[in-house]
Design a protein around this ligand. Structure first.
Ligand SMILES: [Fe+2]
Length: 262
């Protein structure tokens, strides 16, 4: 995969990328997940987003890449993304197996945070995966590393990506499965709110929230979507694979648009 122009260019002040999340790939290409072929819907999203935005710098995946967490599902993921000559970054979700996902995307974080330096931007990849659970937690070790990174890069714009949202989204069942140490996380990040964007997955719906001046974006899945403001898990009847375009500039502007493929 090629290195984007931004990686080695400190002068760059605009970054464009596509946010993709919750692809829930299965083990075999023909398998379906609640009557939807998740491999095909990922392929649709990748090709539609590239057609709309041919000059993006990278794709960012925020977890639940696999539904099964198996080697086979990550081989399937690899077979799809290897058709694109552009960097892919990711964090693991509750359905993933971080160690196996790292075989496909080397920069996927596990026990440590991973910071990708992109000119005047830092892409901070956080692992919120908890073994055998569906909620999220960021370890103390990673919180201290995050704190250190933010302190030492005050002039950088930080894009912090994780699977679980560090905020309530008003759906009781999803809020119970959110990031369990969100208060501690937000205490660390809030000081840098003017130069930080939070991006997450897990919720299978669009979120654009301000948390004390800190912007949080979540994007609908490439497969099934959940009903908003729901006490229990409810899927929307007609799935529409989605992705989000994000354009950032160091003048603090954030342009973003969610695309749903009908
Ligand atoms: Fe999830």
């Amino acid at each position: 995969m090629r290195t984007p122009r931004e990686l080695n260019n400190n002068q760059i002040d605009v970054l464009k990328f596509i946010h993709i999340t919750d692809t829930h790939l299965l083990d075999q290409p023909e398998e379906t997940f609640h009557r939807l072929n998740t491999k095909e819907s990922l392929e649709k999203v990748l090709s539609d987003s590239r057609a709309h935005y041919p000059d993006i710098d990278f794709f960012l995946f925020t977890g639940d890449i696999s539904q099964t967490g198996t080697k086979e599902s990550y081989s399937l993921f690899k077979s799809v993304i290897q058709n694109y000559d552009i960097p892919f970054y990711c964090v693991p979700g509750n359905h993933d197996t971080p160690k196996l996902l790292q075989h496909v995307i080397l920069t996927c974080p596990d026990h440590s945070i991973n910071v990708i330096h992109l000119g005047q931007f830092s892409l901070v990849l956080l692992n919120s995966w908890v073994d055998d659970k569906h909620h999220g937690m960021i370890t103390q070790r990673c919180l201290r590393q995050l704190e250190g990174h933010l302190k030492n890069s005050r002039d950088q714009f930080n894009i912090i990506a994780m699977h679980h949202p560090p905020a309530l989204i008003n759906s009781q069942w999803l809020d119970e499965l959110g990031l369990h140490n969100q208060t501690e996380f937000l205490q660390i990040v809030n000081e840098y709110s003017q130069k930080t964007l939070l991006i997450c997955g897990h919720v299978h719906q669009e979120v654009d929230q301000q948390l004390d001046g800190l912007r949080l974006l979540a994007t609908p899945s490439t497969c099934h979507q959940y009903k908003v403001n729901s006490k229990y898990m409810r899927r929307i009847d007609r799935p529409s694979p989605a992705y989000r375009f994000i354009k950032l500039s160091t003048t603090k502007s954030i342009d973003t648009q969610v695309h749903s493929i009908k």
